[in-house]
Design a protein around this ligand. Structure first.
Ligand SMILES: Cc1cc2nc3c(=O)[nH]c(=O)nc-3n(C[C@H](O)[C@H](O)[C@H](O)COP(=O)(O)OP(=O)(O)OC[C@H]3O[C@@H](n4cnc5c(N)ncnc54)[C@H](O)[C@@H]3O)c2cc1C
Length: 368
């Protein structure tokens, strides 16, 4: 029987365990936390389920929906996001909505900028791309400060992978929910524990070592050292940060972390009409508030929100849209020995969501 070692028990590691198990591999999965799920693990406060960041499924392919739904049934929902624009002392929809823009105090200026947009909206950095797309005033109100604090940069020109950044739409007309843009569809488990049972089910046939941090890896031999124990595989799938797996040979890679502040509030709902996120693109330190109750449908007389503050703590957001970082990540990927695969958000150094992580595993396992 072929053996596989999987490093990390987030969505990528757990789905890898499931798929390799189906292919007949004997799987050992190593996870440093006392729980599975990585960033998608559901925690509780005051009885309220929450995750560190929203972590719902954005459906890119119905097969991904079915794959999770057969283990933890999923509820589809329409996503509503808002933004607070301090200079207007107003709350508007996000993405930008034409009906909001028309009632802004500086509408005449915005309209003139929109009318005079260049024909070709392609640009070689995030800032120029957005200004070309919506003009400097809307960019300044909705995007500039938010993105600078989110990515901890002094100018958004440092983000020079523009095509990744603007996700195909800028100003929305008609319906205000994100789902109806036709690009995204959203789903969340019915269960209070969110995706937790999905992760347990994925690793049911694997040898799972929780509370175990991988420190020493021999990539050529596909061997890990855990204290006195050595485990060798025929293949290894790592979901650890790429540069950590390869002992920083080509230098550090940049990531942004985030501090999360869960807060229970003595009201049934904070956001109106079941809205989910509220963005803060002004001078505040935080970028976003998420009202989890409106995602999880948890029933309680009080509510739970999580305030998110970007920081350099932790490796949550790979800065793949900085060309220099992406090139360094490519060096690491090229240097991986045969039968060692680095997948997932940190392993591939890509701004992936849950669906893309699953697709990466499917693509790999198909080739094995
Ligand atoms: C704030 C935020 C919000 C998000 N919201 C969404 C969303 O709404 N929808 C969506 O689709 N995606 C979302 N994402 C992205 C999504 O959560 C990730 O794509 C996905 O969780 C990545 O899974 P992963 O298994 O690759 O990595 P991780 O979840 O990071 O798992 C890696 C695992 O490896 C373990 N590990 C690390 N080092 C070691 C070591 N040395 N030894 C042993 N174990 C180790 C970690 O503990 C962790 O469990 C969000 C991301 C963030 C940061």
């Amino acid at each position: 029987m072929k053996k596989a070692i999987i490093l990390g028990g987030g969505v990528t590691g757990c789905v890898s365990a499931r798929e390799l198990g189906k292919k007949g591999y004997q799987v050992t999965l190593i996870e440093k936390n006392p729980y599975l799920g990585g960033g998608c693990h559901t925690f509780f406060m005051g009885g309220h389920p929450y995750t560190e960041g929203p972590r719902f499924l954005t459906i890119t392919d119905e097969k991904i929906f079915d794959y999770i739904d057969e283990i933890v049934p999923l509820r589809r929902f329409a996503l509503y996001e808002d933004t607070y624009i301090e200079q207007d002392q107003a709350f508007y929809s996000y993405p930008m909505h034409w009906d909001d823009i028309q009632v802004m105090p500086d509408f005449a200026k915005i309209k003139s900028e929109l009318d005079n947009r260049p024909e070709n909206v392609r640009a070689d950095n995030f800032e120029d791309g957005w200004i070309n797309a919506v003009g400097p005033t809307l960019y300044g109100k909705y995007v500039k400060n938010y993105t600078e604090k989110m990515w901890q940069v002094s100018s958004n020109k440092e983000l020079d992978g523009y095509e990744w950044s603007v996700k195909g739409f800028t100003i929305q007309h008609g319906e205000r929910n994100v789902t109806d843009l036709g690009t995204d569809k959203h789903a969340h488990p019915f269960e209070k524990e969110g995706f937790n049972r999905f992760f347990d089910a994925c690793v049911a046939d694997a040898d799972v070592r929780l509370n175990t941090e991988v420190k020493h890896v021999d990539l050529e031999q596909k061997k890990i050292y855990l204290g006195d124990e050595e485990i060798t595989g025929d293949i290894m799938i790592s979901t650890l940060p790429l540069e950590e797996l390869m002992e920083n040979t080509y230098g550090s890679l940049r990531y942004i972390g985030r501090d999360f502040y869960p807060i229970v509030l003595p009201i049934e709902h904070l956001f109106q009409d079941g809205h989910h996120f509220l963005y803060y693109p002004n001078g505040e330190k935080h970028t976003r508030i998420v009202e989890y109750k409106n995602l999880t449908m948890h029933e309680a007389p009080d509510t739970l929100i999580v305030v998110e503050v970007p920081s350099m703590n932790g490796k949550l957001y790979p800065c793949e849209m900085m060309t220099g970082e992406r090139k360094k990540a490519d060096l690491y990927k090229k240097a991986l020995p045969d039968n060692v695969f680095s997948l997932g958000r940190l392993g591939s150094y890509q701004y992936t969501g849950i669906a893309q992580c699953i697709e990466q595993v499917w693509d790999l396992v198909k080739e094995l």
